[in-house]
Design a protein around this ligand. Structure first.
Ligand code: PAN
Ligand code: ZN
Length: 185
């Protein structure tokens, strides 16, 4: 059942959509297997269990031929020296997607099974994710990092692919910013 034409108010500074559809909140306990330092992850998950990121969606449904949008906000932080990140996924139907940076400093890490690409994300930057590239977002700053995503409604989200294949590199906090290291699962 297609949705009717609609007006969606988009507040880039507040990182909100109105009207709002489903909202997703991922706490540290939802992120098992992401961080290389499993003990540091477990301490954080069993301790304060902070919210790492949240995703607010417009009411456009994730259905074939629809074009949903969502805003992800990743909180600043590190676990075991790794910057906080999204789980990351592959679209099983290999469809493209765009991200638009809204607030803060982040990165778009992409992996096609062999090659890794990194795009520095900031307000006003569009990151393009081609079909077949798994993608993960990382907050490399000290304030919340937000971006708008626009993606085909029938693309699907395969999280197992990333748990199995990894993302090629990890994003590590250093003395001056971040660095990408080779993947160690
Ligand atoms: C984004 C992501 C969102 C959360 O909307 O779903 O940033 O990341 P994870 O889904 O990896 O937890 C997107 O890429 N949609 O296709
Ligand atoms: Zn996606």
């Amino acid at each position: 059942q297609p949705v009717p034409p609609m007006r969606i108010a988009f507040d880039a500074a507040a990182a909100t959509l109105s009207p709002e559809g489903p909202t997703l909140t991922r706490r540290m306990s939802d992120l098992e297997g992401l961080f290389a330092d499993h003990d540091a992850w477990r301490d954080a998950a069993e301790g304060e269990n902070p919210v790492v990121y949240s995703v607010v969606s417009s009411p456009v449904p994730e259905e074939d031929r629809e074009l949903p949008q969502s805003i992800t906000t990743i909180q600043p932080g590190t676990t075991g020296g790794e910057f906080w990140m999204t789980k990351g996924h592959q679209h099983p139907n290999h469809q493209g997607e765009i991200y638009l940076g809204l607030h803060g400093a982040g990165g778009l890490l992409m992996f096609d099974g062999e090659r890794t690409e990194w795009i520095d994300m900031a307000p006003g930057v569009i990151g393009y994710i081609p079909p077949g590239w798994a993608h993960r977002s990382v907050n490399v700053g000290d304030e919340p990092y937000s971006f708008l995503a626009v993606y085909p409604g029938g693309a699907g989200h395969d999280y197992g692919w990333v748990l199995e294949h990894g993302m090629g590199h990890r994003v590590i906090a250093g003395d001056s910013g971040f660095s990408l290291t080779d993947y160690t699962r």
